[in-house]
Design a protein around this ligand. Sequence first.
Ligand SMILES: Cc1cc2nc3c(=O)[nH]c(=O)nc-3n(C[C@H](O)[C@H](O)[C@H](O)COP(=O)(O)O)c2cc1C
Length: 190
Amino acid sequence: MLMIEGGSILKLVGISGALAGWKTNVVVSEVLKAAEALDSNLETELIDLRDYDVEFVRGEPLAYYNEDTMNVVNKVSTADMLLFGTPIYQASLTGALKNLLDFFQVNAFKGKVTGIVTTGAVEKHFLVSEYQLKPILSYLKGLVPTSNVFVHNDCFDEDNIIIDNDVTKRIKKLAEEMYFLQQSMDSKKG
Ligand SMILES: Cc1cc2nc3c(=O)[nH]c(=O)nc-3n(C[C@H](O)[C@H](O)[C@H](O)COP(=O)(O)O)c2cc1C
């Protein structure tokens, strides 16, 4: 069972940075489900950014922002593990996700595993997670797993259900790596 010091249960928060379609939401949800399957005591929460009115960063203290913004930033700050999902937009992450990440200070993700999933229409853009999102998470001191999941649009059916078994395997692998990395970091702390 995955416990942190003092016996409290770990929380994994997944963020879907898509405001338009649903593929990213589906992939993030599947990783959360795969993580829950590893430990029924693991708490998970999906934050779909379209459900919240997150304001643009203005460089002011968090208390000056609206309730949704404070709520999302606090949920991310207090999570033990994080999963960031984004569709690829213009060979990068979405503006919505980048804006959320701009709220955090340099050590914000220290001691947290920060996984990545991406969806896209261009096969070669599987590298975007490595070259665009990973450096941001590393800058914030998140521990980025070696596995990440890029899901091409062809791997979904018309209802956005994942139809590629290899993708399902990679989702499980990512959940496992995140779980065991976090467990290993927390055991070192204790
Ligand atoms: C504004 C915009 C820009 C995009 N740019 C790219 C891109 O550079 N590379 C790519 O692979 N796909 C690109 N796409 C396609 C989306 O990444 C892809 O359809 C994704 O699966 C959508 O995810 P969603 O259903 O969660 O919104 C773009 C889509 C939009 C709307």
